[in-house]
Design a protein around this ligand. Sequence first.
Ligand code: PLP
Length: 447
Amino acid sequence: MTMEHLLELDKKHFIHPTSSIQQQQEKGAKIIVEKGEGIYLTDKNGSVYMDVMSSLWNVNVGHGREELAEAAAEQMKKLAFSSAFSTFSHEPAIKLAEKIASLAPKGLNAVFFTSGGSESNDTAFKLVRHYWRIQDQPNRRKIISLKRGYHGVAAASTSATGIPEFWNMAGQMMTDFHHADTPYENGTDKAIVSLRQLIEAEGPETIAAFIAEPVQGAGGVLIPPSDFFKEVRNVCDEYGILLIADEVITGFGRTGKMFGVENWGVTPDLMSFAKGVTSGYVPLGGVIVSNHIHDVLKEKSKGTLFHGYTYSGHPTAAAVALKNLEIIEKEELVENSRKMGEELLKGFQKLKEEIDIVGNVRTIGLLGAVELVQDPKTNKRFSPDYQVAAKVIEALHQRGVICRAVTYEGTDIICFSPPLIINPSQIDSLLERLKGAIKEVKEGLTT
Ligand code: PLP
């Protein structure tokens, strides 16, 4: 099909996820991606882009891996799909559950499978409420999460998301969801005080769980202070609240560790995952629960566990995930994520010395951010009228880089989450293009 024809059909029939529907109608899609290889994407016109977001923070092993296509084809030829409901089971899901248990922090050994991150978080919320209900504490229903946290778009996960624009779409958020301050701006102590106040105000005996990302991704790659999660774990233990780590972005090597919580030395009670478990080649997610929760569910659940998706434990998705995890381990991509993240940070720090609109820069593994500010000494932000981040994204696009900005609450944050296979010369090339893009935008601001 020609590009023109595709664009016309796109406008007419395709409602894009998280997009301006008005802009889509006026301007149409901008890039029609046709091919992916390594860290690169090629569009229908033959233009090549560095995909430094791993598409949606998920293509951890890079694009175009034939081994994954072969794993899917092999499984499909044998058994593409068969349900895992009730007493049915199959080898790929069993092996994958065992594999994920072996990678997860000690004490988390049982997995419930879903098709993505939103389903995983909704599952986690239902599981914790069920856990309390079967232990005669049905009032423990409330879920606390962090402002600026992102947990997905299903009914409950959108309510746990701490970015109010997401609730508007649903009319309002569900009851029993509450948001505490992120430690991003005011540090651990103030955030923990806010969390305690919220728990006390709501009543500790009404709270089922606290959920947070080990590093907030969509909120702007906000890396918490190193003591934050330990303090959160203490507060949860004190009040008997379960701790859920949303590892949808941070899982499977993204932060230079297999799971994000390993950076903070805490063990959660549940972990939700998706994205990197298959590197996005097929949809798959899940929730891994502690031995204790698993025991309570086994001993006290009476009758059917009324929760299950058609595709929970999909054999083809599980086969792809197993091969993907094998690649991550064989190619030592967790280690590469750590090392390349350090190189990226050095480059960001150099940019900060060279260009005076570069404010805070940070990486943790291959999850990074560059903040653009009017005055780096005071961290004074640009007026949103300047649209600084959007202009940098456009200038990067012109230089063949696909990237993402977070402009929520007046910030200008450029986010980075490249495939974990990225090498030093590709990092250099990215930094060179980033420098050119920021300089160009800065010059445009002063002329
Ligand atoms: N949790 C986090 C931390 C995420 O970043 C995302 C998606 O970006 C989700 C949950 C939702 O995952 P999905 O889009 O697969 O439903």
